[in-house]
Ligand binder design. Structure first.
Ligand code: NDP
Ligand code: GDP
Length: 328
């Protein structure tokens, strides 16, 4: 019988790539979808990857434990991937309580649903390199102390530790993946890579003239979502649950990432880039650089797509989308 996976956040970037990956492995894929007045567009990422008709969606919300319990009871999953979150750092200062309710307590809601409804399932928590924040070591590993710098990161820290705690308290097979930034043509448009590639594509097509950014000296360890969902799955195939850093081990400034996008489109960055204080954050994470030695050794995981290849793929995808529909 096919193994059954339940994915919260299935309509997001990682949910779409993970669904495609699991379907290719022969899984029956179920996902949590929250109620929206825009029925029909929320599965656009699943449609982009051609898998929307092959996943089964269930109405539930991370803030509503009874809806999660009902879903877990109905699906009886072998594996649960908790990817749902208010995931945008900048929004977390404007909506700190919502971020706590969904990104922090929401994790306990999913764990409770699993503990009561499917205690034998395996659980993956989408933890984040943002938890390192004001970095305490130049390369961050599973042993590096955390120092969160945003309500988002504080919420993720709770999600991480409640996952560890449920593993230790109840013996659940619960793992936490501390994933560094990962992007793709399906990245949300407010995140910096996608904002850059989409705006560069719009400038190229004469639909925009400028790109407004905040702190372009910030450095991130950027990988590709397609590589990172493979690491999630590998974690749940291990006999023992554990925590793993997933990263490329290369860090790049926002400025240099931008240069790749402008050069690929044949545009001069200096003619279009404007620094706008509106995009500076109340507290910044200046640099992230991950040490994924453990994941590479224990899971046999390595990233296959480098930053330059990914940014070019993203610019090309945005050119294609904007040519079809300037409002996309
Ligand atoms: P996205 O923002 O693309 O997706 C978030 C998903 O969560 C969407 O499906 C969204 O639904 C869903 N969601 C939000 N609120 C709720 C709610 N109250 N109830 C149910 N579902 C909800 O994120 P990514 O795919 O990029 O990331 C996946 C996870 O990994 C997130 O938890 C993120 O914080 C974490 N992460 C991501 C990193 C990255 O670089 N991408 C790095 C480290 C961690 P809807 O479509 O309706 O908005
Ligand atoms: P994050 O690492 O999860 O916060 O991912 P983002 O892609 O949102 O931001 C990455 C880095 O880019 C952060 O240090 C931001 O401050 C920086 N940055 C600079 N300008 C912008 C901008 O206009 N939008 C976003 N989202 N980030 C920006």
């Amino acid at each position: 019988m096919a193994r059954r996976a339940l994915v919260t956040g299935i309509t997001g970037q990682d949910g779409a790539y993970l669904s495609q990956f699991l379907l290719e492995k022969g899984y029956e894929v179920h996902g949590v979808i929250r109620r929206s007045s825009h029925r029909g567009v929320e599965d656009h990422r699943l449609r982009w990857l051609g898998v929307a008709d092959r996943v089964q969606l269930h109405d539930a919300d991370l803030a509503d434990v009874s809806s999660l319990l009902r879903t877990v009871n109905d699906v009886q999953p072998d594996e649960i991937y908790n990817l749902a979150a208010q995931s945008f750092v900048a929004s977390s200062w404007r909506q700190p309580i919502l971020t706590a309710n969904v990104t922090a307590v929401g994790v306990t809601n999913v764990l409770e649903a699993m503990r009561i409804g499917a205690p034998g399932a395996r659980f993956y928590q989408a933890s984040s390199s943002e938890m390192y924040g004001l970095i305490q070591e130049s390369m961050q590993s599973e042993k590096t102390p955390f120092y969160p710098r945003s309500p988002y990161a504080v919420a993720k820290l709770y999600g991480h530790w409640i996952t560890v705690n449920y593993r230790e308290s109840f013996g659940l097979h619960a793992s936490s993946g501390i994933l560094f930034n990962h992007e793709s043509p399906l990245r949300g448009v407010e995140f910096v890579t996608r904002k850059v590639t989409r705006t560069v594509a719009a400038i190229k097509l004469g639909q925009a003239s400028e790109l407004r950014l905040g702190n372009i000296d910030a450095k991130r360890d950027w990988g590709h979502a397609r590589d990172y969902v493979r690491a999630m799955w590998l974690m749940l195939q291990q006999d023992k649950p554990d925590d793993y850093v997933v990263a490329t081990g290369v860090t790049t400034t926002v400025r240099d990432m931008c240069k790749i996008a402008f050069a690929h489109a044949g545009l001069e960055m200096d003619r279009h880039l404007i620094i706008d204080p509106a995009f500076f954050r109340p507290a910044e994470v200046d640099v992230l650089l991950g040490d994924s030695t453990k994941a590479r050794a224990a899971l046999g995981w390595t990233p296959e797509i480098d930053l330059e290849t990914m940014i070019k793929e993203m610019v090309d995808a945005d050119l294609e989308r904007l040519r079809r529909d300037p409002l996309s």
